[in-house]
Design a binder for this molecule. Structure first.
Ligand code: ATP
Ligand code: MG
Length: 224
């Protein structure tokens, strides 16, 4: 599903990603770990087409990500889900509207939007919050809205960069379990974190970056 070959990216003289290669099959859950500045965000940005790399290639299904034009990147983005650390919710819209919005812009009819939005609010445990505004939510709830929004168009592939970065341990664990559930329902997930508890809960495959290099790629048993 994803084939990354010899990715290299530099900023001036600093090498941010150095000769990164890996392959991800459909249905996998891949956790990317590494210290601050290791290149996790840069790698995820490259995978979602938000940042170009200097050399190497990223093939995702039929897309050659590093070569897409702006309009092709937009088309590709509509097929994937992306969750960032800073939720980027629309403050004047309710939880329901924030999630439904992603379907409205792609022109679905009202009945479908209502049904599908209700379904993802249920998956993410937000049914009772559907009429709340972002300012009325906790950090964990806001992050779940961001996940619901990324899932609403049923992407096969979900990217999340440090999705538990702002959360307390309890919310962090709950969120990690939610990602596990989403993966078990068939969605391929690539997620970055530097939280050990998240890695333990998710188990599965862990790719470690260190100063832009991929230093290990291992499958781990899940402990929870
Ligand atoms: N636009 C930029 N210009 C110059 N250097 C940059 C730029 N963006 C990132 N970097 C550098 O690239 C390196 C990797 O950054 P990146 O944000 O990918 O790390 P990270 O692993 O996500 O770190 P964190 O855990 O702190 O989020 C860092 O040394 C950073 O300073
Ligand atoms: Mg980062």
């Amino acid at each position: 599903m994803i084939l990354v070959q010899n990715l290299t990216k530099k900023h001036g003289k600093q090498t941010i990603l150095e000769d990164i290669s890996f392959k991800v099959d459909g249905g996998e859950l891949v956790v990317i770990v590494g210290g601050s500045g290791a290149g996790k965000t840069t790698l995820i940005h490259a995978l979602v087409g938000a940042e170009k790399v200097d050399s190497g290639s990223i093939k995702i299904d039929n897309y050659e990500i590093n070569k897409l034009s702006t309009s092709q990147v937009q088309a590709y983005r509509r097929r994937i889900g992306i969750v960032f650390q800073d939720y980027k919710l629309l403050p004047k819209k309710t939880v329901f509207e924030n999630v439904a919005f992603a379907l409205e812009v792609s022109g679905h009819d009202k009945a479908f939007i209502n049904q599908r939005t209700t379904e993802v609010l249920k998956i993410t445990g937000l049914e009772e919050r559907r009429n709340s505004f972002p300012r009325q939510l906790s950090g964990g709830e806001k992050q779940r809205v961001a996940i619901a929004r990324a899932l609403v168009h049923a992407p096969e592939l979900l990217f999340a960069d440090e999705p538990t970065g702002n959360l307390d341990p309890e919310n962090t664990a709950a969120l990690a379990k939610l990602f596990l559930k989403i993966n078990k329902s068939g969605t391929t997930i690539i997620l970055s974190t530097h939280n050990k508890e998240v890695v333990n809960i998710l188990g599965g495959r862990v790719i470690t970056l260190d100063k832009g290099k991929l230093i290990s790629d291992k499958k781990r048993p899940t402990t929870k």
